[in-house]
Design a protein around this ligand. Sequence first.
Ligand code: HEM
Length: 414
Amino acid sequence: MFGNTEEYDRDRNGFLERCHSEYGDVFSFDARTIVVSSPDQVHALLTRTNKDFLAENSPLAGRVDTERMAADAELWTTTRRAGWQGLHRRVAQAHAERLREVFFKTVGDGEMDVLATMTDFFGRATADFCLSADAEGVPETLAENVAAIDPLSRDSLQLPPWWPSRRVRRFARSRKRLLALMSDIVRRRRQAGDPSAQDLLSVLLASGDRELSDLQIERFLRGIMLAALGVPATAFTWIVYELTTRPDVLARLEAEAASAGDVPVVEELPYTEAFVKEVLRLWPPTWLIGRTVRRETELDGWRLKTGDQVLFSLYRLHRDPRWWSDPDRLVPERWLEPHVAPVRHTYLPFGAGPRVCVGTQLGMMQLTLATFWLVSYMDLARPQETAIVPDFSGLLVPRDLRVRSRRKAARQSA
Ligand code: HEM
């Protein structure tokens, strides 16, 4: 009845790896799901999204209604286009000063559960970026929503929205609370018409001739804030893991940081940026990506029916020895040699195509600067040198990573 699910749930990554080596670049997981692995198949899947495939990320099961999903995708795409200019590199960099304040409010002396601390940091950072002075109460409500989604999205067998369980009720309640809060903020901001606000909401409200409804804005903001919390927090947890595991890399990061000001631009930190890219290659938080077939089609010769699922593992793609030398080793230097660019479509930590991550620039800026502040101002140590186990049950996280952080006596600078 449950097909391969039980074996898969025991060791998700191991199961996909075994199937790949046994059956090759395409194999079926069950009667309605295939898994693809080659860079060209993955790229085709991502770039044909919206047209032939649909992206949906509800943690609850629903009847597969591709017409409804396609209509939702179209509405989302319109809002996404309007929001784009509020998320590009220049706007992201302008937020760096405030990000620094948020960083030092969250990360201090003492022992921390890294994922919990980073979830707190990115929750505050994203609420501030999207809503600035109106962000009060948002990080807490957001965190509640994320905590309610987490157990549902870890489960391979999705529950329907009517399922009588505490988990489903908790999710529905927290989602409603977050949307109500967004709705209240959008209404107040529209009424106040404050032209001085400099945040994503102000860009969405001023979207000119493509005027967006309040409902569109509320849903987009919720989507952005959820996406900008768990994934970057997880990526940063892996960064901390590598900082406490590779003293040679840490020394190079410290050396680069010593010659930069307090709030540098990313271009001043080429080694730090290369390190972040390399951590995202080794440990992509969104390690497994899926699509639903919108209408009968084929992918690399495989016939697919409406409602079928196609999956691929970003983790496996990023560590495939056919495309990467020394694939399991952290080598930031590989990003500093532009003449040895990676093979096409083999590095996709932010996805690709029409549903590529809208926060790519902001996310890279946040991770690079937060790494810079951490190595400049804090000494880190792991309380116990135990091996860290990667957990593939939801986002890819290092399970139970704890570190002790202590402010450096003085920041070393040139
Ligand atoms: C910093 C690390 C980040 C990583 C590694 C990352 C990764 C990704 C990936 C792989 C996808 C595509 C998923 C798919 O194809 O199904 C995605 C989508 C998305 N990301 Fe990010 N992301 C990051 C940061 C952010 C930030 C800071 C924001 C907010 C500004 C953001 C907002 C979004 C949104 C809204 C989507 C959905 C786009 C759509 O479906 O149209 N992400 N992200």
